[in-house]
Write a protein of this length. Sequence first.
Length: 189
Amino acid sequence: MESAPNVAICFTHRIFAAICRKLPLTEPPMRQTPLTLALYQPDIPQNAGAMLRSCACLGFDAAIIGPAGFPVTDRDFRRAGMDYLDQLNIQRHVSFEAFMAWRAVEAATSTPRRLILLTTKVSASYAACDYRPGDILLVGRETSGVPEEVAQAADLAVTIPMRPGARSLNVGVAAAIVMSEARRQAPAF
């Protein structure tokens, strides 16, 4: 009878030792400010859903800048985004002014975040850009891009070089190309 408590103590000690071996003894690393993809007034829901799915897969946050050309509820994105939306942090802004106000608050409370516009109207290649944690990549509407005042608010503007005569890539494809390069330079996982 006296050996039963010793067996229990020995068993408990083994479990405790096993748990301790699996737990890190140091503080977990601080989470970097995430890269973010901002969609300016998206007008095609399937493209928006595909870009949100890319965000989830590549570890980006997302920002939707309204007004959009369709309802921007999670339910409306489910078809293209599938179950990936549960793995995604989405900020919704009613206007570009509201987005810029959010950005100003972010800059006041943490590291300022650069706004990088993806556009066909510049010559600077996305591949030559030095991406950093916290950068916000901004894509325009599929049908019309962004207005000049939005382009002027960007800290940088980059393009994807294309062969002469080609107008543009699909906005979701362009976003995924640049997001992949930004993620390569600023790994999060």
